[in-house]
Design a protein around this ligand. Sequence first.
Ligand code: TRP
Ligand code: ZN
Length: 870
Amino acid sequence: MTAPAAQEKYRLDYSAPHYWIDSIDLDFHLDDHHTRVTAISRIRRNGEHNEPLVLDGEGLLLKKVQLDGRPFSAYVQSATQLTLSNLPAECVLTIETEIDPANNTALEGLYKSGPAFCTQCEAEGFRRITYYLDRPDVLARFTTRITADKAQYPFLLSNGNRMASGDLEDGRHWVSWQDPYPKPCYLFALVAGDFDVLRDEFVTGSGRRVALELFVDKGNLDRAPHAMTSLKKSMAWDEQRFGLEYDLDIYMIVAVDFFNMGAMENKGLNIFNSRFVLANPQTATDTDYFDIERVIAHEYFHNWTGNRITCRDWFQLSLKEGLTVFRDQEFSSDVGSRAVNRIRNVRIIRGPQFAEDAGPMAHPIRPDVVIEMNNFYTVTVYEKGSEVIRMMHTLLGEEAFQRGMKIYVQRHDGQAATCEQFVQAMEAGSGRDLTQFRRWYSQAGTPVLTVRDEYDAVAQRYQLHVQQATPPTAQQSEKLPLHIPLSIALYDSRGAELPLQRDGESVSGLLELTAAAQTFVFDAIAERPVVALLQEFSAPVKLDYPYQDHELCLLLAHARNDVVRWDAAQMLVNRFIIEAVRKQERNEPLCVPEALLFAYGSVLQDQKMDPALATEILTLPGEGTLLELFTSADVDHIHVAREFLLDAVATRHAELWHAAYQCHHIGGDYTTDGAAMARRALANLALLYLARAGLGEERVTAHYRQANNMTDTLAAMQAASVADLPVLASLLADFEQKWQHDGLVMDNWFRLQAGRHDAQTLERVKALLEHPSFSLQNPNRVRALIGSFAANPVVFHARDGSGYRFLRAMLTQLNSINPQVAARMIVPMIQFGRLDSTRKAMIREELQALAQLPDLARDLYEKISRALAQ
Ligand code: TRP
Ligand code: ZN
């Protein structure tokens, strides 16, 4: 296997840089294939030594090097570095390079998104712009001067405040920018293009006026207001809940169509994937509206947790990402439904995050070894990282947590910090010892809590015996007990919550696990109680407790915590799936337990329940999450079991589904308030079940024809697809004809077709690669079509290996076009641990073939080599 400069880097090898860079003045002359970049940097030696200055640089054409204004030649150039020797303690270094943005399909560094120039520098993209100390602990003051053709690029943007501008004789013009806050180079940004601008203003708590500017492609202004509203909401919330104010006079957001991730928090100049900006009722779904608000908030919150306080090194990524995800989740929960937000986040942990823990790329939220940093922007670093912050919040409480935040900001503003320093600030704010808690940062894997209980009727005593163990993960076999907050409640047989007490004193339902095995005793319990475990999903763990069906039904009906109610329904489903897979292995007929059908019926009849919560409860877990219930299983059996349950719920409750549809499908003007979205979600779920029950063809068609918003349009198509209705073909054709000019909208169309279960799906996906709206160069299109195909449990895992062969062919192309996107697309292929042996062997073969690629990118190399090592 070729190792393309695949150096492992270790967290413990950190050492401070030999030189600091205090300021950098960048001068860009933009041109499609020959952009000139001049960088003038003030360099200062860090202490007494004779080490050379080793700058990072990739894909650069070096034109000129000067030291203190004079030609300089004591340097050596390699493919990835520029090494300069014999430098004085302080000097000014001028470096001129040339780059080719128009041929940059990796979308890292300076590239073209359609007609516009833009940048993406996190994590290590700045080295594709100029030679530099491309590491987050080097903080410099940046100025940027941009020169480009004025007609094509009327807007020339960079970080900070606009200082000056002017016209040049040859139709070109220039603008200069100054960012007053020292920053690492990964936060540098430049945009040049022609846009429509939505302008607004925000007045901060201390009365400063901030100009807000949102740049979108020409003609898209009507799709910009929701993002602007979201930004203002985020700015107000961060002041109210965290006491953090914005710090520049201007905040700009630019939406671009070609972008590897969701968005980027560049100081004062966020760059966004257009999918997380553009929305109007005709083009965006309720989910899009929600995600835009969430991502706008996330990037805004980075201004403090990420920019003002950044990361010392990339191993500390969760310092900014885990914390910022926690902040955006809290924002969404404060402005929307806390329960529904919590449930959606739990689904991410139990699905993709647990799968990552179980796979070859398992890593702690603060990784110890990395080959390609881009591979560590993961659900573990982000979502589990947020869970770790949330557990501290749970243990400390809001007040002490906010005291810790204040200390963190006071101590580290303007610095590049570590996760350890964040925990120290939390200790200082709360007076609590988090020594053992720190293991969450270093230990990978999903802990399993095994809970057993005992009730002594004579002593009226209830005991909970709790054991914790974390199974070994790839690269880490030894595991230690963690400090785990376990939130519980007890209910009597009528569903009333019981007070928790011990020796006559009331005790907290927040149990703190610290040992491998612990027992918790509660007295004065008059009858055998039903225990609600892991309320609010108080820790990212798996739970093993022998619930009876009737206990789960009681929790679903009566628990005071909505996450517990949802979870009770999930556990009923899980038990059915496990049983149904076993039955298929023994060729026995399947049947759905009455308890489960009864539970679903009672949720549908519950008039008091928030329809958004009902929708969450009535939505079955996906196949990926279900696979986590097994150590090894046939994905076909899981799929058949899930489909069987879908049909049973559809037919048994057809009348209730009909009633729910009638009640919640309201028509009228489209609004995106929480209540309207909730009712739409339940109505559309009802439509899907009705279609599945064979009662839907006319209703689905009418739903599509009458839809005045994209959510309803797609719900009709989804119902037609899931129920395999003949009308689907005409709906797809109609949709295509209406939307083929709009890539973002067409992504829904690609997703739907790549997610179908019928035998023609692979051939259809292959044909769609040639569709005029599709492009392998656009990450959104690739994710929509190829990503959805690889997430399709039936078709991707086809017994004949055709799905695996197809993905290998796609990855072969993407490896050369865009390695970051390729490395994301390969995830379902490397997580083969729980599959049957035949499928495992087929996947291995494809991975071995990919490993032979002559120009295998580091991104794929790291994942493939770790997968094959398993
Ligand atoms: N910091 C960004 C965020 O989470 C992540 C990001 C955007 C990113 N673009 C990227 C990470 C490209 C790696 C590569 O908000
Ligand atoms: Zn982020």
